[in-house]
Design a protein around this ligand. Structure first.
Ligand SMILES: [Fe+2]
Ligand SMILES: [Fe+2]
Length: 315
């Protein structure tokens, strides 16, 4: 049962029933002890521009995560289903720790002449005077849209594990692998909340559109400017432009590129009966949980300080 505008008129929805088998989700605390000296600026497949996209994403994502946290907190009180309510609490907890750890990582970017202060200022204006001024229902839709993109990115990255191991920067690797695992783990929560409290199709697509423009246009623009802002003289080198083209291919235009290769998945959100769990990632999740969380030799073991399952009233 869902409401067709926020908090009124219940209607049936097939998608909300798909969440019935959803599992409980833990909150994991990490301590990466980042050090600016260890930063690999070409972490993503030895490319300057594509890596800069992820660095720009790391900066802007903290604002998206804060929006997810605030929106989820506000709407949790209206969720009647106690199991979903507990999952919303887990979503809030996971995103709060993502935001905190990415802030710490972004501080190491600042130590390496990345325009972190400037980008934080820009993002703050966009969120404070733009997204945060939207009606509650639209913010809820934007939250679900952002979570769709992070789920798409997570699935792509988890299917291309080798990308994480091309660099020796093990903390950056752990940060992204942990984050991608959890984005995949909580990928249907925001959507289920949206469907239960609103379910309005056109508003869902509008939120998707805003997330699309932000993640596929504004963040790439921010990323593309980073190499120039860090070292303006590099525009006179042929290698600079070769890297730009290669990075473009890896992210957007290549057949198996991060977003180009995921476009079908991205646009699947436009389907009226779409649900995040239509894209089954259970095998991938099982593989990564073992690889990352095994207490004996998991990749995250040196960094994880606490893991717990929140109750409905926590966080
Ligand atoms: Fe996140
Ligand atoms: Fe998320």
């Amino acid at each position: 049962m869902i409401m067709n505008n926020v908090f009124s008129m219940p209607i049936d929805n097939q998608a909300s029933s798909k969440s019935g088998t959803a599992q409980r989700i833990p909150i994991r605390h990490m301590d990466f002890k980042f050090d600016g000296k260890d930063l690999d600026p070409v972490f993503f497949q030895n490319t300057t521009f594509a890596s800069a996209y992820f660095h720009a994403l790391s900066i802007f994502l903290t604002f998206g995560e804060d929006l997810v946290i605030d929106t989820a907190r506000h709407h949790r009180q209206f969720v009647k289903d106690e199991a979903l309510k507990a999952r919303v609490t887990a979503l809030i907890g996971q995103e709060a720790i993502h935001s905190k750890l990415h802030h710490e990582f972004n501080d190491t970017l600042a130590e390496n002449d990345y325009p972190v202060k400037f980008y934080r200022f820009l993002a703050e204006q966009v969120f404070k005077y733009g997204f945060k001024q939207l009606p509650n229902g639209m913010q809820l839709s934007l939250m679900a849209g952002i979570e769709h993109f992070t789920a798409v990115l997570a699935e792509y990255m988890m299917k291309h594990e080798e990308i994480f191991f091309l660099s020796q920067d093990e903390k950056q690797r752990a940060l992204w692998m942990w984050h991608m695992l959890e984005e995949c783990e909580h990928k249907d929560i925001a959507y289920d909340v949206y469907q239960q409290l609103s379910g309005d199709y056109l508003m869902r697509i509008s939120g998707f559109g805003l997330a699309f423009v932000t993640i596929l246009m504004l963040v790439p623009l921010g990323g593309a400017l980073i190499p120039f802002l860090r070292k303006p003289s590099s525009v006179f080198k042929l290698s600079f432009w070769k890297d730009a083209r290669k990075s473009m291919d890896m992210l957007f235009t290549g057949k198996d590129s991060v977003f180009g290769g995921s476009m079908k998945h991205i646009l699947d959100y436009l389907r009226r009966d779409f649900h995040p769990s239509d894209h089954d990632t259970s095998d991938l999740m099982a593989y990564y949980k073992e690889k990352l969380l095994n207490p004996a030799n998991g990749l995250l073991s040196p960094f994880m300080t606490r893991e717990f399952y929140p109750g409905a009233k926590a966080a």
